[in-house]
Design a protein around this ligand. Structure first.
Ligand code: ACO
Length: 504
């Protein structure tokens, strides 16, 4: 088999969204904080009739229909998600309903979980399967599905929700350049969800996050009120203790306890550097020449919010400068010179470096990164689906010019796991070609058909979902008026916690 990769894709995101500008005003944040500061435009969210399972059912059904794939042709189904519906039963098993109907229960694979990285793990599993001796000639199918919701506070605008399905097989128009993978995985407490009673990640009371935490909770926060950028040690040591000192009731409520946004940003950038170095050295080993950002046409990053993507590309540019790459021109070289002697740690903490490198890399960012930012800016962080939604944005924006091009992908999941890998794009045979994928994705129409919900309504919905999380014995409103025909929705959860879905 050759050119194993993505044959077909589809994306589903809830039709309900909140504008970041309105949310900013509602939250009392300074004007421009969410839109310019985080770089986000809009945020999709699930109402009480949708969740990660319904979104998966919707996107898988849609992919099979639109590319006319018989469910019997799927031999492996892998799901990446960090949204916990059940601690034992995989999301994959719910999706099996679609395959059972056509008599196909011979489908390998279960769920992969590690923050936003699970989708990439699922994708690698499918690709490896097709390349292995246990491959039976059928397709692999990868589903990335998540609903990212945060407690009130500075992380709330970095939520989002979507599900993506990708069909895997040989002779793909989007094939893996598997030799060049660079991975970096370590143990770190940057973002985690130890509180099983809440859907929200644990919240950090550190640094600027403090400002938005309710007054009554500030006494606890005092412990952590240290304005430093080198958060790593402090949080790793203090966060577990923090849970012990909190008053009764707080652990189970919406505030959760630990995400350190700042630490997660630094971890992300450190992982990026490390993966890039490994990716470059593999490229050099196999191609016999230095890799630089000029060797890829697009860079696609996991996107918790757009500002981090801007910083990430600037970081790659700075790496190329340190590696003496000719892609960094003379005037940029002169501006970056003052930072050439910073230690690794100092470079993550230097605001000045962040600013200057973003400024000098901006022209290349506009060409190589900007086309990937549409869906992440419009939908928000989709966790496992985020990087693939960014990739789908490139296909949507550039489908007619992608043949022969290389796209470098950076996948990051807190905790942490990360990999940089690359795709080569080529002409495929209908229905598995880039322009057909772009038309199935149908991004513009899906975005246009959304309904903008007020921040008040959004907050109400999240409150209701807090109560529903992990609950049993309830019926939803079954109000599907905002859903498109063909969308699956949650009908009820019975007294035994069993979930029932229907299709509009
Ligand atoms: N106008 C323009 N820019 C503004 C404004 C304003 N009025 N106010 C603030 N900003 C800028 C800030 O300068 C900053 O930008 P910079 O970093 O380029 O300087 C940016 O807006 C964010 O402001 P902060 O004060 O740093 O943000 P805060 O601490 O309130 O929260 C954070 C941001 C940490 C990202 C928070 O949303 C969070 O914790 N999110 C969840 C964690 C996360 O997404 N981590 C990413 C990797 S891990 C993952 O994928 C989940």
């Amino acid at each position: 088999v050759k050119d194993v990769g993505i044959l077909a894709m589809d994306i589903y995101f809830p039709p309900t969204c909140v504008q970041q500008e309105a949310l900013e005003a509602h939250d009392g944040a300074s004007k421009g904080k969410y839109t310019i500061g985080l770089g986000q435009e809009c945020m999709a969210f699930c109402t009480e009739v949708e969740d990660v399972i319904s979104m998966s059912l919707t996107v898988v059904t849609s992919l099979l229909e639109k590319y006319q794939i018989d469910p019997k042709q799927i031999g492996r189904l892998e799901v990446g998600s960090e949204t916990v519906i059940d601690k034992s039963k995989s999301i994959k098993t719910w999706i099996m309903q679609i395959f059972e109907e056509s008599g196909n229960t011979d489908v390998e694979g279960v769920d992969s979980t590690n923050a936003c990285y699970g989708g990439t793990a699922a994708l690698f599993n499918c690709v490896n399967w097709v390349e292995s001796s246990s491959w039976d000639g059928r397709y692999g199918l990868v589903v990335c599905t998540d609903s990212a919701v945060y407690a009130e506070g500075p992380a709330r605008p970095t939520g989002g929700a979507a599900a993506i399905a990708m069909l895997i097989g040989p002779n793909a128009p989007i094939s893996f350049e598997s030799k060049f993978r660079g991975t970096h995985m370590t143990h770190v407490y940057d973002f985690y969800k130890p509180n099983l009673a809440s859907e929200y990640p644990v919240y950090s009371f550190c640094g600027s996050s403090l400002r938005n935490i309710q007054q009554s909770k500030l006494e606890i926060a005092g412990l952590f009120d240290r304005k430093i950028r080198g958060y790593k040690q402090v949080i790793q040591v203090l966060a577990p203790d923090a849970m012990l000192v909190l008053p009764q009731g707080l652990v189970g409520d919406a505030y959760g306890l630990v995400v350190d946004g700042k630490l997660s940003q630094t971890c992300y950038l450190m992982a990026l550097d490390s993966c890039y170095k490994r990716f470059c050295s593999k490229f050099e080993k196999f191609e016999g020449k230095q890799f630089s950002i000029s060797d890829a046409d697009y860079f696609v990053f996991h996107s918790p919010y757009n500002k981090l993507v801007q910083k990430s590309f600037a970081r790659l540019y700075f790496n190329d400068y340190l590696r003496n790459s000719s892609v960094v021109e003379k005037d940029a070289r002169e501006k970056l010179e003052q930072f050439s002697n910073l230690t690794g740690d100092e470079s993550y903490q230097s605001r000045e470096l962040e600013k200057v490198s973003q400024q000098v890399s901006k022209p290349l960012y506009d060409v190589k990164v900007q086309p990937s930012t549409l869906l992440p800016k419009q939908i928000g962080n989709m966790y496992t689906a985020s990087i693939y939604a960014a990739f789908a944005s490139v296909i949507h924006n550039k489908y007619s010019t992608l043949m022969g091009q290389r796209i470098v992908m950076f996948s990051y999941g807190s905790g942490l796991s990360s990999t940089m890998f690359s795709f080569k794009l080529q002409d495929g045979q209908h229905p598995f070609n880039i322009s057909n994928i772009a038309s199935v994705l149908n991004v513009s129409e899906k975005l246009e058909k959304r309904h903008v919900i007020s921040p008040e309504n959004f907050v109400e919905t999240l409150k209701l979902m807090e109560h529903r999380y992990g609950a049993k014995g309830f019926e939803t409103s079954k109000d599907t008026s905002l859903l498109s025909p063909g969308t699956f929705y949650l009908v009820n959860v019975d007294s035994m916690y069993r979930r029932y879905y229907a299709k509009k």
